[in-house]
Design a protein around this ligand. Structure first.
Ligand code: MN
Length: 239
């Protein structure tokens, strides 16, 4: 059977008080299918046993985009531009990452997913790109999701370079936060021209993170599916 990819659900406040929704955007689901995986959306649960079982059930983990991580998670007070936070999602994703690492399951993190991975392994974030000194490009593009907004330089010798087969690409950009200090044992695998980190990875932990949204681009730029192919292939590897 094709590998099962656990897509960790986003949380959003629904209509009315107390009616949260747990969901994943359709592009993530279809990108996993297109890459040969079987998607399974994993909703927030609190019990450690349940999380262990969820992770055991799947072969790989996809962490998707969404609202900002609560800055208190990495020991900072919230910057004025931080959006709504969902502390239960932060807590759940951190637990899923810990469990996936223990079970040696590959992880692909997209946008917020990359940021959570960085925090999970001890890195920090700029809570808002206004905190980055020097020139900053447009990282919150008003253009449609599949449109390439800025260039990214892929670092030679990284997994990402092997996966994509290029050292230059153009990506969409839908973020106002970015990686500040990179987690230990991780390396930067892509940067925008203004120096903003656009990807990190740990080859030993089999974890890949990108700051852009390949799931919004792959129908127009087929090479963007390669990161999903990587996840599905790694998930399908015999342990
Ligand atoms: Mn960007």
């Amino acid at each position: 059977m094709a590998p099962l990819i656990g897509i960790v659900a986003s949380i959003e406040a629904g209509e009315g008080v107390g009616s949260e929704r747990y969901f994943a955007g359709g592009n993530y689901v279809s990108a996993v299918v297109e890459a040969g995986g079987i998607p399974l959306i994993l909703p927030f649960v609190r019990e450690k046993d349940a999380i262990q079982h969820q992770v055991r059930t799947v072969d790989g983990i996809l962490l998707i985009g969404g609202y900002d991580v609560d800055p208190l998670v990495f020991g900072e007070e919230p910057h004025a531009n931080v959006g709504p936070v969902f502390p239960e999602r932060d807590e759940y994703e951190l637990a899923v990452i810990e469990e996936a690492k223990a079970q040696q399951k590959p992880i692909l993190g997209i946008c917020r997913g990359l940021q959570v991975i960085n925090i999970a392994f001890g890195g920090t974030l700029y809570q808002d790109l206004s905190q980055v000194s020097g020139t900053v490009l447009q990282h919150r593009q008003p253009s449609r999701g599949h449109v390439a907004g800025h260039s990214a330089e892929v670092v030679a010798g990284t997994m990402l370079e092997k996966i994509l087969g290029v050292t230059q690409l153009r990506t969409n950009s839908h973020h106002h936060q970015a990686i500040k200090s990179v987690a230990q044992d991780f390396v930067i695998n892509a940067r925008a021209r203004d120096g903003v980190v656009e990807g990190i990875e740990s080859e030993s932990a089999n974890i890949l993170g990108v700051q852009w949204h390949p799931e919004m681009m792959y129908r127009h730029f087929p090479e963007m599916l390669k990161v999903f192919h990587w996840l599905v292939e790694e998930a399908g590897r015999e342990k």
